[in-house]
Write a protein of this length. Structure first.
Length: 79
């Protein structure tokens, strides 16, 4: 009267979908953690640290050596 084979197959298919979603979510999380590691603490992916900005400004010639040293000291004293 009842065919339990179809019920098991339906449950197995649902579990396969749930495991697939779990694996995709885990991969996304790992990729975000790896990308975020180079940009500093927290989830600041894509943003630069104040020291990186300061170094770029010095490299472009926007500030001179004295200004760079003073700002660098200010930044390192904060942390």
């Amino acid at each position: 009267m009842y065919d339990y084979g179809h019920m098991w197959w339906g449950g197995g298919f649902l579990m396969m979908i749930l495991w697939t979603i779990l694996i995709i979510a885990l991969l996304i999380w790992v990729i975000r953690m790896i990308q975020g590691r180079g940009s500093g603490p927290g989830w600041r992916t894509g943003s630069e640290t104040p020291m990186e900005i300061l170094k770029k400004r010095y490299a472009r010639g926007e500030i001179n050596k004295e200004e760079f040293d003073r700002m660098k000291k200010d930044l390192t004293d904060q942390f």
